[in-house]
Design a protein around this ligand. Structure first.
Ligand code: SF4
Length: 153
């Protein structure tokens, strides 16, 4: 498995990010942001600018990227900047079978979404508030909190 992972890493560097330093599965924790995350891949160029790469097996250009997904990527950008002190130049989705790439623009709007969500979550924990049910109940089907939210105890 290790050999396979290294080979894969070499392929990515050779085909896409030539000259970049590649970091796979980086665990990041920021006390200041009170945020934890794991990135699929970080490509760092010689001037220490980083590209955060999310690895995919499906078509990366097929559908519109939702704001919630962009907020998740904004979390990763904020973590990399805060913990590693790198400037995040952009975020990309990379299809590992076709090598297609899609560049995602993360704006202040998405960073603000993250800050607001973190504040809301802290308030929920501190004040022991029960959050509203998800707007789409399909998300609840295999959620581990289902028995609490749906009062199934
Ligand atoms: S069951 Fe899970 S997805 Fe559904 S509302 Fe509760 S926490 Fe959200």
């Amino acid at each position: 498995m290790l050999k396979g992972a290294r080979k894969h890493e070499e392929d990515i560097r050779r085909r896409i990010y030539t000259g970049y330093r590649i970091l796979r599965n980086t665990y990041l924790y920021s006390e200041r942001l009170r945020l934890i995350g794991v990135t699929d891949l970080i490509a760092i160029d010689p001037s220490n600018d980083a590209i955060i790469v999310e690895l995919k097996c499906g078509n990366v250009n097929a559908k519109k990227i939702r704001d919630s997904h962009k907020a998740q990527l904004a979390c990763q950008a904020m973590l990399v900047e805060d913990v590693m002190g790198l400037r995040v130049r952009c975020i990309e989705l990379l299809n590992l079978t076709t090598w297609e790439r899609k560049r995602i623009n993360i704006t202040h709007y998405h960073r603000d979404m993250v800050s607001k969500a973190l504040n809301d979550m802290r308030l929920i924990v501190v004040n022991e508030i029960f959050p509203d049910l998800a707007e789409k109940s399909g998300k609840c089907v295999d959620c581990e909190y289902r028995k609490f939210c749906w009062d199934l105890m």
